[in-house]
Write a protein that binds this ligand. Structure first.
Ligand code: AMP
Ligand code: ZN
Length: 139
């Protein structure tokens, strides 16, 4: 399992930076996004560091998609959004800001007007923590 020393997501996996963890297995890790585009916004990452879709191994991306499905199901049960996007960005023009491959599990509401490249706005940490507990209870 390779890690990159200056990668924020590798540090989250290693427990060096705190997060609202949702799930972990031998190959993947899931946690809450701290700049949620909507309530319940979560991220799923492979443990093996790879910067984007071009670099990630077939095994890592497969396992990440399987975990994203698990998290999406728990989000659905937890907050009953009217839709969920699984989003994945590669390169700055595509909105990638963290260069460790990740999938967004992004709950949607009718009329939320979310667009690709939705921007980063800090969330309420207490609210994020409560949503993390709710989603975990549905895993
Ligand atoms: P992207 O813009 O697709 O690269 O997505 C990176 C995501 O990581 C953004 O939605 C950020 O809000 C999120 N993010 C960055 N740092 C952290 C962190 N320390 N904990 C949780 N989410 C983070
Ligand atoms: Zn990394």
């Amino acid at each position: 399992m390779s890690a990159s020393q200056d990668c924020i997501f590798c540090k989250i996996i290693a427990g060096e930076i705190p997060c609202y963890k949702l799930y972990e297995d031998d190959a993947t890790f899931a946690f809450m996004d701290i700049n949620p585009a909507n309530d319940g916004h979560a991220l799923v990452i492979p443990k093996d560091h790879a910067k984007d879709v071009h670099a990630v191994s077939d095994d890592s991306i497969s396992r990440t998609v399987i975990t994203a499905k698990k998290i999406a199901t728990a989000v659905e049960k937890s907050i009953s959004p009217t839709g969920i996007n699984l989003v994945q960005c590669n390169g700055p023009a595509a909105g990638q800001s963290v260069f460790h491959f990740h999938m967004h599990v992004l709950p949607r509401r009718e009329g939320d007007e979310l667009k690709l490249n939705w921007g980063l706005k800090p969330g309420d940490m207490d609210a994020i923590g409560k949503l993390a507990d709710k989603i975990k209870s549905n895993l």
